[in-house]
Ligand binder design. Structure first.
Ligand code: HEC
Ligand code: HEC
Ligand code: HEC
Ligand code: HEC
Length: 197
């Protein structure tokens, strides 16, 4: 190869690498290099009754127990049929039962815990870039687009990325019905007192 060909070739490799890095990032929906901070971080600002106690609501939902579930006798039985001997440590199960089951250690904050199961960030995106109080308030006021800081708006498609027939215990999924069971809205009077939509 001539010199210019070699440099063209390295440019090609570098571009391919960058594209693969961006593609991997979007699969994890982790807001451009954001790290997963863990549900306890969100708790510090999202647990008062006045604001809707989102943490309490999550903590008593099945999602908070999704990792623990994989340690039960029932899970072992379900796993055995699929050749999985340790559900809590097998990506065939953790892919839907644990937040950020497949990311590099570098993308996990100090408070991230797999024991959180399906945590806040499974539905709202990795938190490190959007969780500053000032930014969060600006998002709720409609002054900043949440997605620009990695905050995702959870929709039916997100739910059915886990609630589908690939789940060995799947029966059905009726969005409106299931949403009611995990709903954690801010109270209307709180919203209007702050000028949120
Ligand atoms: C990352 C995967 C994942 C996503 C995304 C997800 N879930 Fe779940 N969900 C689970 C798992 C796993 C369980 C079972 C937890 C357990 O019992 O250990 C569950 C349980 C539930 C339950 C309680 C059991 C039941 O079927 O009644 C409800 C309700 C529910 N999810 C609703 C939703 C809704 C609504 C959405 C979307 C807004 C959603 N989930 C998104 C993985 C997910
Ligand atoms: C495609 C996503 C997905 C995968 C993969 C998955 N699960 Fe689940 N799991 C769910 C969801 C969603 C629920 C709650 C609703 C349901 O049963 O579909 C659940 C519920 C469960 C339950 C509770 C069942 C009940 O009736 O309350 C057990 C036990 C379980 N899963 C074990 C496993 C094991 C073991 C594996 C790996 C072999 C696994 N799951 C893989 C999504 C998944
Ligand atoms: C330092 C405080 C703080 C932390 C930490 C924090 N938030 Fe917030 N968050 C807020 C504030 C303030 C608002 C604006 C609404 C309000 O007044 O409660 C908000 C709003 C939101 C909203 C609504 C956005 C909208 O579109 O209106 C979501 C969703 C949210 N936070 C999720 C999270 C998640 C998930 C975490 C953890 C990864 C988190 N927050 C961590 C302070 C915080
Ligand atoms: C299974 C998915 C799921 C999980 C887990 C989850 N959320 Fe949510 N969250 C939603 C959905 C769906 C909405 C409603 C979005 C909408 O109104 O468009 C929502 C809305 C919110 C809002 C805005 C409420 C409003 O009235 O505007 C806040 C704040 C919030 N979530 C915080 C959290 C926190 C904190 C956690 C963890 C303790 C958490 N969420 C866990 C799915 C989830």
């Amino acid at each position: 190869m001539t010199k210019s060909r070699i440099s063209l070739f390295s440019l090609f490799i570098a571009t391919a690498y960058l594209i693969s890095v961006f593609a991997a990032g979007s699969v994890d929906a982790n807001g451009g290099g954001a790290t997963y901070v863990g549900s306890k971080k969100c708790k510090s600002c999202h647990n008062s009754a006045k604001k809707g106690a989102q943490f309490k609501s999550w903590a008593k939902s099945g999602h908070a127990n999704a990792y623990k579930t994989l340690g039960t006798a029932e899970a072992k039985e379900v796993g055995a049929k699929l050749g999985v001997s340790d559900p809590q440590n097998d990506p065939k199960c953790t892919k839907c039962h644990v937040t950020a089951y497949n990311v590099d250690a570098a993308s996990l904050g100090k408070k991230y815990k797999k024991e959180d199961g399906v945590g806040c960030e499974s539905c709202h995106g990795a938190g490190s870039n959007y969780m500053k109080k000032k930014d969060m308030a600006a998002i709720s006021l409609g002054k900043v687009e949440g997605s620009s800081l990695g905050l995702t708006v959870p929709d039916e498609k997100l739910c059915t990325s886990c609630h589908n027939s690939e789940s060995p215990t799947f029966k059905d999924f009726k969005y409106e019905e299931k949403l009611k069971k995990i709903n954690h809205p801010m109270p209307d009077d709180y919203k209007s007192s702050k000028g949120y939509k």
